[in-house]
Ligand binder design. Structure first.
Ligand SMILES: CC(C)(COP(=O)(O)OP(=O)(O)OC[C@H]1O[C@@H](n2cnc3c(N)ncnc32)[C@H](O)[C@@H]1OP(=O)(O)O)[C@@H](O)C(=O)NCCC(=O)NCCS
Length: 170
């Protein structure tokens, strides 16, 4: 981890910074179908409920966050699969925060009993594809026209990282 950079579990009082960084990412229109503004108090509630959320600090300031959401709430047999999300503030990118967050998210998700993380990445999102590639994730395949963002179809690359005993060959 580069000097000045640290990753830790988020506290409820990080929620405003997390919302700000998420909203900046939503406004960029590069990473998500989500267009609705995110609000700190709701994020604080999720953190208090025990959702796994990590933040990256650069010289003591929160510059990024990562979290997991259930892949499939309806089916108990998928409870070990989680979907990862991460955002780094625009001004703090290319400093290793994304790599550090994704690495620590895998460690924490495994500790929480997950055997797999999945990610859904727009095929147009080159920084994110480069990040997951350099972090050892595998590319599963591409969903064509998986949704519309501002009226335009987007293709979505599904990526995954096996954890724990799922990591073993065979
Ligand atoms: C994708 C994102 C999280 C990367 O975060 P980051 O802190 O910049 O990532 P890192 O500094 O750890 O970069 C890791 C590697 O990814 C690749 N990478 C990152 N940004 C890149 C870019 N703009 N162009 C090409 N490669 C890039 C590089 O290989 C980089 O390693 P290097 O800097 O040593 O060359 C960040 O760009 C971001 O928040 N984007 C908007 C939101 C988003 O796309 N989230 C992910 C989708 S769910």
């Amino acid at each position: 981890v580069p000097a000045g950079l640290a990753v830790r579990v988020a506290r409820a009082d990080d929620a405003e910074a997390i919302a700000r960084i998420h909203n900046e990412g939503i406004a960029e229109r590069v990473a998500t179908f989500q267009t609705a503004t995110q609000h700190g108090p709701e994020i604080a509630k999720e953190i208090e409920r025990g959702r796994l959320v990590l933040v990256a600090e650069l010289d003591g300031t929160v510059v990024g966050w990562a979290s997991v959401a259930p892949y499939d709430d309806a089916h108990e047999y998928y409870s070990g699969v989680a979907e990862a999300t991460l955002y780094v503030e625009r001004g703090a990118r290319r400093a290793g925060a994304g790599t550090a967050l994704l690495g620590e998210l895998a460690v924490e998700a495994e500790r929480h009993g997950c055997y797999k993380l999945i990610g859904k990445v727009f095929t147009s999102n080159r920084p994110s594809i480069a990040l997951v590639r350099s972090s050892g994730w595998r590319e599963v395949g591409i969903h064509r026209r998986h949704g519309r963002l501002d009226g335009r179809w987007k293709d979505v690359l599904v990526v995954e990282l096996l954890l724990g005993d799922a990591r073993e060959e065979g």
